[in-house]
Write a protein that binds this ligand. Structure first.
Ligand SMILES: Nc1ncnc2c1ncn2[C@@H]1O[C@H](COP(=O)(O)OP(=O)(O)OP(=O)(O)O)[C@@H](O)[C@H]1O
Ligand SMILES: [Mg+2]
Ligand SMILES: [Zn+2]
Length: 326
């Protein structure tokens, strides 16, 4: 993986930044209100004295420690009063953390903090280049004009059809924690399947859910690397775990991968593992049901059509409409 920075390095950079910002705030205030500098210096000295007293003679240190602590409290109060009376928040000279839970270390008692897990996912995102596209393809940017309101043979106009699909997608996000639905987007090219995958991904990411978006060929590649690339074993294993356990896995363009026994096996194991983990998926494909059954084994087909809510996209290729070709 060519990460610009490893996650550990990212935390180091954040901590360095926190430190520099604090130093900056201090330098501004100290020259304005010199008493603050004195207080801070005395506080540092006090905390050293307290530690020394505790470590030195534990038996008879308790009176001294109490004394020092009460002095410490007085100083903290004085400091807070000076700050507030000068219109600064009273924690203005404390270290500011992006994540208060782990104080930007990424870990709590050797367990990954929530922010660390989110960073892992973000790294996957950077890799999938989804970052940029989410600004353009999201529910707010959805245009209805591309879907004709003329009824076709199906007795429903593409727009009516899209209204149903759209509301299913919105509800998929809204009730995300309360349902067990998987969605299957079926339809010809250029009808907005990827657009809606991205819209869902964006909203869920904003809610702090872990989402991975991959085309099926990228997905097969990741697993192939895991199985056969032993140089990067640890990273690849992490990747695979995320694929099995992230909150939502989106597999776009299913059917465009080179279909082999291996790819079938991979797909089946992903479907299975995620079902076992009770994790949701969205799959999009150009294949119709007949084509689908030709490419994929019965067990995959039955899993998908049994466990997914199939939504068929109707209309005319938006790519052509955008370029005014139709
Ligand atoms: N509802 C929409 N509003 C605005 N733009 C849209 C909408 N739906 C799709 N588009 C745009 O139309 C183009 C094609 O859409 P999209 O990529 O989602 O099609 P698709 O169904 O995934 O096609 P394919 O099967 O070829 O992958 C994209 O540029 C997309 O941004
Ligand atoms: Mg697509
Ligand atoms: Zn954290």
């Amino acid at each position: 993986m060519n990460r610009a920075y490893s996650i550990a390095e990212e935390y180091e950079i954040i901590r360095e930044k926190n430190k520099n910002e604090l130093e900056y705030r201090k330098s501004l205030l100290y020259s304005d209100i010199p008493r603050l500098k004195e207080i801070d210096e005395e506080l540092v000295k006090l905390s050293i004295d307290i530690t020394r007293a505790i470590l030195g003679k534990p038996e008879d240190s308790s009176v001294l420690v109490k004394e020092l602590q009460s002095r410490q409290l007085d100083l903290k109060i004085e400091k807070a009063e000076i700050l507030t009376s000068n219109n600064y928040p009273k924690d203005y000279l404390n270290m500011k953390y992006q994540c208060k839970t782990c104080k930007d270390t990424g870990f709590i008692d050797n367990e990954k903090c929530k922010c660390y897990v989110q960073k892992e996912i973000n790294h996957l995102y950077v890799q999938s280049n989804l970052g940029k596209i989410l600004g353009k393809e999201n529910f707010d940017q959805f245009m209805w004009e591309y879907y004709s309101d003329e009824t076709m043979d199906d007795n429903i106009s593409p727009r009516e059809n899209m209204k149903l699909i759209y509301s299913k997608c919105v509800n998929f996000v809204k009730d995300f924690d309360d349902h067990n639905t998987n969605l299957m987007f079926i339809g010809k090219p250029g009808l907005g399947k990827t657009f809606l995958c991205n819209s869902i991904a964006k909203d869920l990411l904003d809610y702090g859910k872990s989402v991975i978006y991959k085309t099926s060929s990228d997905l097969i590649d990741i697993v192939r690397k895991y199985k056969f690339d032993f140089e990067n074993e640890e990273n690849n294993e992490q990747y695979l775990n995320d694929i099995y356990s992230c909150d939502l896995l989106i597999i776009d363009d299913l059917g465009t991968e080179l279909s082999t026994q291996f790819s079938n096996l991979v797909l089946y194991s992903i479907l299975n593992k995620r079902a076992q983990n009770n994790k949701k998926m969205i799959i999009s494909t150009n294949l119709d049901i007949d084509e689908f059954t030709k490419i994929y084994s019965d067990r995959i087909t039955s899993r998908i059509f049994g466990c997914f809510d199939t939504l068929e996209f109707l209309g005319e290729d938006i790519r052509l409409k955008m370029h005014k070709l139709i």
